[in-house]
Design a binder for this molecule. Structure first.
Ligand code: SF4
Length: 231
């Protein structure tokens, strides 16, 4: 029989299998901890830290990657926890265009984040990559959550077309040697687009529709490209 641990989350006691994360244990008692980089079908990496909670230690713990231990007391909504989330959202807003990130904008509202607090900060800027008939990559909207990298790699597709490039503030998602998407191992499965929480990855047809191009022209554009490729 597998071992269990008992923890208290915001005053509610819950017993779960050993190895359960704080995030999943909280779900058991109906508490939704906010996330950005976490996705239930992908490996959690604790990158964005917006899920950080008070677990009784000196530092807050990222709920998506911290396993519960017996007797743990977790507080998910203290003033300190909320202040941390607010600051993370404010820093994100200072560097990245969040206009097409509805879930993150909901968090901005929920935590009353001031998106202009760090207005003097340097924004992360990138060209928009329109290099294939299927999707557009606009890394000006990318929050480096790594979901697209995970789903393209050993969490699902095993294509390994995407990875990180650069360090620190300059870290960004890229293809090997910056190759255009048609020259990578990408199989255009669309899973990266499906898990992206922002407007960074967008189906080309959606982008063209948003530009006001009519559906027949969009179909023509796509078909012409396909015919051209067939030679
Ligand atoms: S492109 Fe989207 S899924 Fe990939 S890291 Fe950026 S925000 Fe996350």
């Amino acid at each position: 029989m597998s071992k269990t641990v008992t923890v208290t989350i915001d005053g509610q006691e819950v017993t779960i299998p050993e190895g359960t994360t704080i995030y999943d244990a909280a779900k058991e008692v109906g508490i939704d901890i906010p996330v950005i980089c976490y996705h239930p079908h992908l490996t959690a990496n604790g990158l964005c830290r917006v899920c950080s909670v008070d677990s009784g230690g000196r530092l807050q713990s990222a709920a998506c990657v911290t396993n519960c231990w017996d007797g743990m007391e977790v507080k998910t909504d203290t003033e300190e926890v909320k202040r941390g989330r607010r600051t993370i959202l404010e820093m994100l807003a200072s560097t990245v265009n969040l206009e097409e990130s509805p879930e993150i904008l909901d968090l901005v509202d929920m935590y009353d984040a001031d998106t202009e607090r760090f207005d003097e900060g340097i924004r992360r800027e990138s060209p928009v990559y329109d290099d294939n008939p299927f999707y557009i990559r606009d890394y000006n909207q990318c929050v480096n959550c790594w979901r697209c990298v995970q789903v393209c790699a050993d969490d699902a597709q095993f294509a390994f077309a995407l990875n990180f490039e650069g360090r620190g503030f300059d870290t960004k998602i890229a293809t090997f040697q910056g190759d255009g998407m048609m020259d990578t191992t990408c199989v255009f499965c669309g899973q990266c687009v499906g898990v992206c929480p922002t407007g960074a990855l967008k189906p080309k047809r959606q982008a063209l529709l948003e530009e006001g191009i009519d559906p027949d022209s969009i179909f023509e554009q796509t078909r012409r490209k396909r015919n051209k490729k067939k030679g």
